[in-house]
Design a protein around this ligand. Structure first.
Ligand SMILES: *[C@@H]1O[C@H](CO)[C@@H](O)[C@H](O)[C@H]1NC(C)=O
Ligand SMILES: *[C@@H]1O[C@H](CO)[C@@H](O)[C@H](O)[C@H]1NC(C)=O
Ligand SMILES: *[C@@H]1O[C@H](CO)[C@@H](O)[C@H](O)[C@H]1NC(C)=O
Ligand SMILES: *[C@@H]1O[C@H](CO)[C@@H](O)[C@H](O)[C@H]1NC(C)=O
Ligand SMILES: *[C@@H]1O[C@H](CO)[C@@H](O)[C@H](O)[C@H]1NC(C)=O
Ligand SMILES: *[C@@H]1O[C@H](CO)[C@@H](O)[C@H](O)[C@H]1NC(C)=O
Ligand SMILES: CC(=O)N[C@H]1CO[C@H](CO)[C@@H](O)[C@@H]1O
Length: 502
């Protein structure tokens, strides 16, 4: 039989297309590991985002497990739908022997385009390893990213290739803004008014400091020119700002290191103030869903403007690479200045219209499952169905059965209760995040270990899990304590549709 090569080639081509298509994310999933379109873990922490030519560009700290340096680089990613991100390369890498060397601190990168010079300017917090220098730095580039132009370096991994495109940004220098100190960094460009840009930062931890500043950049966006407002003695960090069309809102976290706390918001009609009193943006005891503010994504769609809160769900300094992202839509009231970040296990966003779609999942209550050993079901006033399953440790197990699956990777949200933590905003306080750890087994698959960071009494948090069930209704999930230890209480699980577009 004669092989028809063109048919074979067409089949291979169609197969490749199908593989690529099958991997398109359908949802934004707060707290889940996020993979770029090459299949690598997305590493863009404490980031900033900017829209350009119909695409979003996300700049963030590279914290990959294989890069051990304190400062290894700033990564850039691009996306036209906010769901699927292409790696655009290193915007900036460390430079030996300079103030942005591998043993220095370069954090919270934010990029902005300057019309006057037709230049992209990448701003960041610059410091030494003990955070004693408290400066800002800038790098500039004629292009927002370097991917199509620069040659790349290939790094081989066991199962994949990581391409590192050296960034196009040229390091310009670091400085002390207005002759003062600068800690953390946020950037706001007032595109709805005069297009001016502002540096948002704290002036540090010295006794005379603890203030939060809004300072106007000069016309080339390469320096800070004038103090516009100072929040006196608020002792906050991780600032990010947006303009709603009526009011400016600034979000900031308290200073508790990598441990999350309750992010606050202030609002004003003018950047010079008067600014409102502060208020919390999320349910107390969730510590802003265990995240710290970093940027706001403004989606100005044809039907509505949607503003997404974007925060970092940090792990610890030792395992930063496992930190994830919490992006959630915000609702706010321009009459009162109230702003809320509401939890969704997952959602999709239509960047053309600006609308958010929250899919329905199938809920399975823990108390309806099979409970054995020392585990038991008990009343829980804040739980769905009014009950949860507790004391999951030792021989105590919970098994939820008859779960409907699709045979494809699906998101499953585990609603759990871990009240061990003591939330608080004061840095001197007892702020430990006390995670319990569960061992979760899906059907007869190898067990998964799930860290369950604490909330507070009665606070039910939800964590996404990527699960591949068998197609049909014959699936089960069981919960044990990791190494027989105490796992979190389980309220329910919610099974959603497929992770990827069909
Ligand atoms: C930077 O210094 C390290 C350690 O001395 C060295 O291994 C590395 O090759 C240097 N990198 C560059 C780009 O010079
Ligand atoms: C960082 O800078 C401060 C202020 O100059 C200094 O006291 C401290 O020793 C420096 N840290 C390191 C690791 O060089
Ligand atoms: C910027 O893009 C232009 C093409 O638009 C290219 O010629 C140039 O080399 C790029 N510059 C850098 C620094 O990548
Ligand atoms: C802005 O500030 C930077 C840093 O001081 C300086 O290099 C630049 O020339 C300034 N731009 C203008 C227009 O003054
Ligand atoms: C589970 O362990 C407890 C002691 O921790 C024991 O009293 C009980 O009999 C055990 N139950 C089963 C079903 O093995
Ligand atoms: C989900 O799990 C599947 C199967 O292990 C894996 O191929 C896929 O990359 C995972 N996707 C995400 C988004 O975690
Ligand atoms: C964020 C956090 O507190 N993580 C802790 C979870 O538990 C592991 C070990 O049990 C600790 O090493 C982490 O620090």
């Amino acid at each position: 039989m004669q092989i028809q090569w063109w048919k074979l080639n067409l089949a291979i081509f169609a197969f490749l297309l199908a593989v690529v298509d099958a991997r398109k994310n359908r949802y934004i999933v707060p707290g889940a590991p996020w993979y770029d379109t090459d299949g690598n873990l997305l590493s863009a922490h404490a980031g900033g985002i900017v829209e350009h030519d119909g695409k979003w560009y996300w700049f963030g700290q590279n914290e990959r497990i294989e890069d051990k340096d304190l400062f290894s680089g700033i990564n850039a990613y691009s996306s036209s739908d906010l769901l699927n991100w292409d790696y655009e390369g290193r915007a900036l890498s460390s430079i030996n022997g300079t103030v942005i060397g591998p043993d220095t601190v370069v954090e919270r990168p934010k990029a902005v385009f300057n019309e006057e010079t037709q230049t992209w300017v990448l701003w960041f917090h610059s410091d030494n390893s003990t955070y004693g220098l408290l400066r800002q730095g800038v790098a500039t580039s004629p292009n927002i990213s370097g991917k199509p132009f620069a040659p790349f370096e290939q790094v081989m991994h066991a199962d994949r290739q990581l391409r590192i495109y050296p960034g196009p940004y040229d390091f310009q220098g670091v400085f002390s803004p207005l002759g003062g100190t600068s800690q953390d960094f946020g950037l706001f460009q007032d595109v709805d008014h005069d297009g001016a840009s502002y540096a948002l930062y704290s002036n540090g931890d010295a006794d005379a400091a603890h203030d939060n500043l809004i300072a106007r950049m000069n016309s080339t966006f390469t320096g800070v020119e004038e103090l516009v407002y100072e929040f006196p003695d608020f002792d906050l960090e991780a600032p990010t700002m947006f303009f709603s069309g009526t009011r400016y809102y600034i979000l900031m976290s308290h200073k508790t290191g990598y441990r999350p706390n309750n992010v606050v918001v202030f609002s004003a009609e003018k950047l010079e103030g008067p600014w409102s009193a502060q208020s919390y943006i999320a349910t107390l005891g969730t510590r802003t869903f265990n995240s710290q503010s970093t940027m706001i994504i403004s989606v100005k769609g044809s039907e509505r403007s949607t503003f997404l809160y974007a925060g970092d769900q940090w792990t610890t300094a030792k395992d930063l690479y496992l930190s994830t992202y919490v992006w959630l839509p915000m609702s706010f009231n321009d009459n009162t200045g109230a702003l809320n970040v509401d939890w969704h296990d997952l959602y999709s966003i239509d960047v053309k219209t600006g609308s958010i779609t929250v899919p329905n999942g199938e809920s399975y209550e823990a108390e309806d499952g099979e409970i054995s050993g020392v585990a038991y079901s008990t009343l829980c006033p804040t739980c769905s169905g009014g009950r949860l399953v507790t004391n999951i440790q030792g021989n105590g197990t919970l098994t939820i059965s008859s779960i409907q699956g699709t045979g494809q990777p699906q998101w499953v949200s585990i609603y759990y209760h871990n009240p061990d933590g003591k939330w608080g905003d004061n840095r001197g306080g007892d702020l430990l995040v006390l995670n319990r750890t569960a061992t979760i087994t899906v059907n007869d698959d190898p067990p998964i270990t799930l860290r369950q960071p604490s909330g507070s009494a009665g606070i039910i948090l939800s964590q996404p899990l990527n699960v591949t069930f068998k197609a049909g209704g014959e699936n089960r999930i069981s919960f044990n304590g990791f190494r027989q230890g105490l796992a979190s209480d389980v309220d329910k699980i919610v099974v959603y549709g497929n992770i990827y577009d069909d």
